[in-house]
Design a protein. Structure first.
Length: 211
């Protein structure tokens, strides 16, 4: 019975991990192990007392990491008609042959509506993506990557992969797997908050008292 109980718990963890995967993202055993490790540690660290400013320091360092990535990416896009990492993100979201509504593309890229629309307009103007009619909704258009867009991605793919290696720096393979699991956990937490964009809830969590 104990063996059955353990198998049942493992299945429940696997189902939970599967639900937090992004659209089109494939199961990976190493990512699952890393995610499960972080999940179990979260359950056993409820009594841990964090040093002062730990969480704000983590947030600041995450922002720094984003800025480092943008800094490196500019060196790559300087030699490509793809304008920025945000533009690349849209193109990657439409791979390999997806057709998505504008709203869904913007949300998948974790972008604000105004800035996301600017990126889409630029990519349409450059003919890196195109619009097609929605098969069931005449009021909507679908976006898909063009042959030119795919060609531009392929032209800088090696540099993007090297940028990923540079951003992860001197971390060991095991540390990279652990970090990926933690980031997946954070993504699972933040993505629903971002998509819901509940002003009242966010103000409450951020300690904001609207006038």
């Amino acid at each position: 019975m104990k063996t059955y109980s353990n198998i049942k718990r493992l299945i429940e963890w696997a189902e939970k991990f599967d639900k937090q995967l992004l659209a089109g993202e494939q199961w990976d055993d190493k990512y699952f192990v890393s995610w499960l490790s972080a999940e179990l540690n979260a359950d056993t660290e409820t009594d841990t007392v964090l040093p002062e400013n730990t969480e704000s320091t983590i947030a600041m360092l995450i922002i720094f990491m984003y800025k480092y990535a943008v800094f490196y990416s500019r060196k790559i896009f300087k030699h490509s008609i793809i304008y920025s990492i945000d533009d690349f993100g849209v193109l990657a979201t439409l791979l390999p042959d997806k057709k998505l509504k504008k709203y869904d593309v913007i949300r998948e890229c974790i972008a604000e509506k105004s800035s996301g629309n600017e990126v889409l307009k630029r990519l349409l103007r450059q003919k890196l993506i195109k619009e097609t009619n929605h098969p069931t909704d005449k009021r909507s258009k679908l976006l898909e990557i063009t042959t030119e867009g795919l060609s531009e991605i392929n032209a800088i793919l090696i540099q993007i992969q090297k940028m990923g290696s540079l951003v992860t720096g001197n971390l060991s393979k095991q540390e990279k797997i652990m970090l990926l699991g933690m980031l997946l956990n954070l993504h699972q937490f933040h993505n629903p908050l971002f998509k819901a964009n509940d002003e009242k809830l966010l103000n409450e969590k951020l300690g904001i008292n609207p006038a």
